[in-house]
Design a protein. Structure first.
Length: 67
């Protein structure tokens, strides 16, 4: 089952600031990723995979509501 970035973050009980710090981005950047306003580049995706112990194919990058 795929998980959104928000779901992954909640699973690890991280704030947006903490999740961003773990992968080397600002809270604002992480927030934009969660909202689908921007997307992580390949090096950041690799960090997300490591930090959240998941694979790219299991991450849902687009939010359910595209608005």
């Amino acid at each position: 089952m795929g998980m959104t970035l928000k779901m992954l973050r909640a699973k690890f009980n991280f704030t947006q600031e903490e999740a961003g710090a773990k992968v080397g981005v600002s809270e604002g950047t992480w927030s934009n990723w969660e909202k689908g306003k921007s997307f992580p580049d390949v090096p950041k995706i690799i960090e997300i995979e490591k930090v959240f112990e998941t694979k790219y194919d299991d991450i849902i990058f687009l939010p359910d509501n595209h608005g």
